[in-house]
Design a protein around this ligand. Sequence first.
Ligand code: URA
Ligand code: URA
Length: 151
Amino acid sequence: MFVGEAPGADEDREGKPFVGVSGQLLDRMMAAIGLDRTSAYIANILPWRPPGNRPPSPAEVQSCLPFIDRHIALAEPKILVFVGGVSAKALLDASQGITRLRGRWAQYTVNDRDIPAMPIFHPAYLLRQPALKRETWRDLQAIRQRLNAET
Ligand code: URA
Ligand code: URA
């Protein structure tokens, strides 16, 4: 299960997560490790688009946490991928930024079950910083290896 930040304009229009330019890169990232939208589930921390595309406020993120927590509980994913800093920080209750958090396995506990969780750079960030795709490629390989080990 991949958890992003919030819908953008394209997602708002279609009512589906990651269908815009970022989503196209996310699709390629998933495909690189043999995943697609039938084998992986995608959600966002916020179900709505913050007005004017501003970043979600801490209060908005806090108010959405119980819903994404329940969402994760219902989806029962083998592995969680926190896509971008907002998602990673919120779900790990971490103060470090994504540059520190990415590439290391963390855990998300739901219904007394510890789910392995990997924070990765957000595809929108990778589009602006293509040099960081190398790190993300390694993170994706780690996710693939973990999936192979779990199944
Ligand atoms: N960025 C996100 O974090 N989520 C989306 O659904 C689209 C862009
Ligand atoms: N900022 C974020 O929120 N996420 C990233 O992946 C990079 C910068």
